[in-house]
Design a protein around this ligand. Structure first.
Ligand SMILES: [Zn+2]
Length: 432
């Protein structure tokens, strides 16, 4: 049985997902009214930074919210000690230290209070409920973990991994296992659900393509990397199900998760304020691409106020047809280092299909790297045996996708390296 706090929070989430926007704003301001004075009082970093909003008489000037400077990832690295709260309210619980990889290549150390992890677990639980994920079924998770038990051939068994179900069972396998080992393990333990990174789901899906008896799951759940359109299609083709995607980071917690009706992400506004801003930090209208700035309301141990997580996204201007009033991401575009930039300043999020690359350049895996404004390189792991490649066809395809007359070179490699965070990137820019 879940504790009363879990039941209460989940019941509240069932109601708040239908709150009208002005009532949600009032709900969020109540949480900010706790976080902001706490941050100003208990950290050196925020003592003066929040003054546009914190009036001397203890009231708030919300109109001046966007005068609060944006917190950068580099601030977390440079000012860790100043960001840590000296004291915590009792309700925040204990504090855990962790390192979040992100995918900008630079890890950040951060502190999370139990309360923040609890709120994230409850929002995950709501997401499972939206999609009817059976708590009684076996759930396999392939993820980056250094737990000594999470290794092939058995993996690490966890009971009660879902906050609302003490007897829910998951088995964790570290990504240190080879792809052949991962598939063998899945065939042996036969989970009904698989949760892992889009790059791993995509590789498993590709491996299943020619099989007589492909692996089948009731659902696959993706997290931790951008789910590109290409990956989504490959997963659907190979595994026969839509990946159910979630968005969040270690230091922020849960941010958004796909709606059961249209597979766009709903933002969990009860946990986090999301703003989309331009390069000057000004809010952009719905439908316009911008930087994702987040304020997680329960980040009491290490307050993150107007934090730039390094991703780009577009908000939808339309309410969702499912009836939930939580705002919707039209698209989550990903990291600035995953964008192609042309010399005349255009930014293009490459929508490059692996099937098209494979048609011209047979490969086990590839990565496209922008070396300069007019030069991209395709690094690829060749298929075994003699293969014919068509560099002219490939060049035409890549130029069309990037809308730019780039020079293209191809470079066979033994392996595609993961980024510092252990993630794969289809497209990477070496500019700046
Ligand atoms: Zn919806």
């Amino acid at each position: 049985m879940p504790g009363p706090e879990v039941t209460a929070f989940l019941n509240a989430l069932n109601e708040t997902e239908h709150l009208a926007p002005e009532r949600m704003l009032a709900y969020q301001r109540r949480l900010l009214a706790r976080l902001l004075p706490h941050a100003a009082r208990e950290t050196g970093f925020y003592r003066d930074r929040l003054s546009p909003v914190l009036r001397n008489d203890g009231t708030f000037d919300w109109e001046r919210w966007n005068e609060i400077p944006i917190l950068m990832r580099s601030d977390l690295q440079d000012s860790f000690d100043q960001l840590v709260a000296r004291n915590l309210p009792k309700s925040a619980g204990g504090v855990n230290e962790d390192v979040s990889s992100g995918s900008t290549g630079s890890a950040v150390r951060h502190l999370n209070a139990d309360l923040q992890n609890f709120a994230t677990a409850c929002c995950n639980e709501r997401f499972f409920a939206w999609h009817g994920i059976d708590p009684g079924a076996l759930y396999a998770r392939i993820r980056i973990t250094d737990h000594p038990d999470a290794v092939w051939p058995n993996g690490r068994r966890l009971e009660g991994w879902r906050i609302a179900y003490d007897r829910s069972v998951a088995i964790d396998l570290s990504t240190m296992a080879t792809m052949d080992q991962q598939i063998e393990w899945l065939e042996r333990i036969r989970p009904r659900y698989l949760m892992t990174y889009p790059s791993i789901l995509r590789t498993i899906a590709s491996e299943m393509a020619g099989r007589q008896k492909p692996l089948r799951f009731d659902a696959v759940l993706s997290f931790g990397e951008m789910l590109t359109e290409d990956a989504r299609r490959t997963i659907e083709d190979g595994l026969g199900v839509h990946p159910l995607d979630r968005y969040g980071t270690g230091e922020v917690g849960h941010i958004s998760a796909v709606c059961p009706q249209h597979l766009k992400h709903h933002i969990s506004s009860e946990l986090v304020l999301v703003e989309i801003v331009d390069e000057q930090g000004q809010e952009v209208p719905a439908g316009t691409e911008g930087r994702v700035i987040v304020t997680p309301f329960y980040s009491l141990a290490m307050p993150l106020i107007r934090y730039d997580i390094g991703d780009y996204a577009v908000l939808s201007g339309e309410p969702c047809s499912c009836g939930r009033s939580l705002p919707v991401f039209e698209r989550i575009l990903g990291r600035s280092r995953n964008v192609f930039r042309s010399a005349d300043g255009r930014r293009i999020w490459p929508a490059i299909l692996s099937s098209e690359i494979g048609r011209h350049l047979p490969n086990r895996q590839f990565q496209i790297v922008q070396l300069d404004f007019d030069h991209v390189e395709i690094r690829y792991v060749p298929m075994p045996g003699e293969q014919t490649s068509n560099v002219a066809g490939l060049t035409a395809y890549v130029r069309e996708r990037l809308q730019s007359e780039v020079k293209l070179s191809v470079q066979p490699v033994d392996a595609i390296e993961r980024s510092a965070g252990g993630k794969y990137e289809d497209f990477k820019s070496m500019l700046d």
